[in-house]
Design a protein around this ligand. Structure first.
Ligand SMILES: [Zn+2]
Length: 254
């Protein structure tokens, strides 16, 4: 196995076995990833129309249905949808009319609310979802893998909402984000939290484990480390023990 993208050390422990995959954990920093990593060429195929539609319409188990309805309930009483959280954060850091890039924009649901205030661009690997995002209008949508493309302009804010865990090269991804930001720009991330108590209690049956779709798993500490390595500063990670996800704000200073 190769070196850890966070700390550069090559000392892995195989901690879980899920289907055909091992979850390898870096003994030095706790970063985890699936082994073997899937071929990058197969990624676009994974997000084709048939695959996306069939995954989303698959029979849900009773426990998945329960968990989804609980999430909807809590977001209603908290009054904070996922899009709402990111819209509020962008409005806090940036002025109206700022340029926003949403990486992994899916069907454009977040950009549809962000475009009220910001100039919006989205990148989406799935041609099917990129097409849905374009149809909503008012958003520039680029279809492809942002790890392999030249975007050619800079932005004031970048959002990665539930994307980082799907990337086979998170170190490169964060460096690209740093390069795409204007000075004083902000990167906002939501990703799964490998350090949460749910993972420690549920082990192999933790809902965050979804190989080969979820390839890399961060804790708040090693996510901060990798962001610093990419050049970011003023990093704030918000994580809660029983929440499978964490949120992170990182800045390009000066
Ligand atoms: Zn490491």
């Amino acid at each position: 196995m190769s070196i850890c993208p966070v700390c550069g050390i090559a000392d892995w422990a195989s901690v879980y076995r899920i289907g055909r995959w091992d979850i390898g954990e870096c003994k030095a920093c706790g970063f985890a990833r699936i082994d073997p990593m899937p071929d990058r060429e197969l990624r676009a195929e994974f997000y084709s129309e048939e695959k996306v539609v069939s995954r989303n319409t698959k029979e849900q188990t009773a426990s998945q249905r329960f968990s989804r309805s609980m999430k909807r309930f809590f977001s209603r009483i908290g009054g904070r949808s996922k899009s709402g959280i990111f819209y509020d954060k962008l409005s806090h850091y940036l002025s109206a009319g700022s340029k926003i890039l949403d990486l992994g924009c899916g069907d454009g649901s977040f950009l549809r609310s962000a475009k009220r205030c910001f100039l919006c661009t989205g990148v989406e690997i799935s041609g099917y979802l990129a097409g849905l995002a374009k149809d909503k209008g008012g958003i520039k949508v680029i279809n492809g893998n942002f790890l392999e493309m030249e975007i050619g302009e800079k932005f004031d804010g970048i959002t990665m909402i539930s994307l980082l865990e799907h990337l086979d090269d998170p170190a490169k991804a964060l460096k690209i984000c740093f390069g795409l930001l204007n000075r004083n720009g902000v990167l906002l991330i939501k990703t799964i939290n490998y350090g949460c108590l749910n993972r420690m209690i549920k082990r192999e049956s933790w809902s965050g484990f979804r190989p080969p779709d979820h390839m890399v798993y961060f804790t708040p500490r090693n996510l901060k480390q990798l962001l610093e390595k990419a050049g970011f500063a003023g990093i704030k990670v918000s994580a809660w023990p029983f929440n499978d996800n964490m949120y992170c704000d990182a800045h390009k200073i000066g």
